[in-house]
Design a protein around this ligand. Structure first.
Ligand code: RIB
Length: 338
């Protein structure tokens, strides 16, 4: 069932777009399929009042193993919010791998294209969360590093059939580039979350996507320009569009998001105020909810407003996939703004 789009106010009408539209534009139809290609991790999460400094030992208050990974988080969010999602990725042949696949299935993510990699550990992320909800993350890729261009070549049909594909950068760059090439060949809209952004920037072919969703740090790494405020975000968004994106959406946490589009539209979507518990996966929930809205044919403002609502709800809970909201929670928060 599609999101209740009437619950989202629409402040500015957009000009017609000049690049490929989402394949499914009728929001009265069932939510279309999002295909996520990316990482699957087990998060090893420690909570403490403050982060340890180099050489310091601090006492933590909580430890948990929680399914995560930017790709899997986005797949779970798309399934919970949009109702239809499948995933291409790899896990290891270990106990984490079994649990990660099982968790995707429990969340109704279609896992036929998630491969178990023999003699390889699953990806893990060691995450420290402090009392203010900020986090520090170290990822060890494990099986994610084995997701190859040949893996996505073998799944060209699945890519061709998707309504939207969602990519991030926790799997090898040649694999992400190949997935983007195949999506373009089949006119499938691409949403790219350029996280984690490589210090050397992005290859040109990954700039030419329908929507790019960096946070402030990633936007700076890609363009070389800082994003300190809304004015900076407009300039950096315009640069991302100049570099090839049809829409740049700069995620600014508690400051909301800035949309800059090829047609010249710029629009700031304010954040939904929540009390922050843990920001892990808030950006993933944002990108996935926005991709679901875009795939349903919503305007960029409405899709990004959905993203802001999902991101806020994710930040108000602990852990990655443990905090990702479902559709009714997102709709309820959206109604508070209408
Ligand atoms: O975006 C949050 C995610 O980043 C975590 O779940 C962790 O696995 C890392 O991939």
């Amino acid at each position: 069932m599609p999101i209740d789009i009437d619950a989202i106010s629409e402040p500015v009408a957009l000009q017609p777009r000049t690049k490929p539209q989402p394949k499914q534009m009728d929001s009265s139809q069932p939510a279309p399929g999002v295909l996520v290609i990316g990482s699957i991790n087990m998060d090893l999460v420690v909570r403490s009042d403050h982060m340890p400094q180099p050489g310091e030992t601090v006492m933590g208050s909580e430890f948990a193993t929680i399914p995560g990974g930017k790709g899997a988080n986005q797949a779970v969010a798309a399934a919970r919010i949009g109702g239809s999602c499948s995933m291409i990725g790899r896990v290891g042949d270990d106990v984490f791998g079994k649990r990660l696949i099982e968790n995707l299935r429990l969340n109704h993510v279609e896992t036929n294209h998630v491969r178990i990699t023999q003699d390889c550990p699953s990806g893990v992320a060691v995450i420290s969360v402090d009392g203010s909800g900020e986090n520090a993350i170290t990822v060890v890729s494990g099986a994610n590093a084995q997701l190859s261009p040949d893996d996505v070549n073998a799944l060209e049909n699945a890519i061709a059939k998707a309504k939207t594909i969602v990519l991030q950068l926790e799997v090898p760059m040649p694999t992400v580039c190949r997935a983007a090439q195949l999506a373009k060949q089949h006119d499938v809209p691409i949403v790219l979350d350029p996280a984690p952004a490589p210090p050397e920037g992005l290859p040109n072919e990954l700039m030419e996507v329908d929507i790019i969703t960096p946070n402030q740090t990633e936007a700076q790494l890609i363009t070389g320009e800082p994003v300190r405020n809304a004015a900076d975000a407009k300039m950096v968004g315009a640069e991302l569009v100049r570099m090839g994106a049809t829409h740049a959406v700069i995620k600014m946490g508690g400051e909301g998001a800035m949309i800059v589009s090829l047609e010249g539209d710029m629009h700031h979507v304010p954040a939904f105020p929540v009390s922050v518990v843990d920001t892990t996966a808030a950006g993933d929930a944002f990108t996935a909810a926005m991709a679901v809205g875009y795939a349903q044919g919503l305007s960029m403002q409405k899709a990004v407003t959905m993203g802001c609502a999902a991101g806020a709800l994710a930040a108000s809970g602990f852990g990655a996939q443990t905090s990702i909201p479902n559709r009714s929670a997102v709709e309820q928060l959206l109604r508070s703004r209408s």
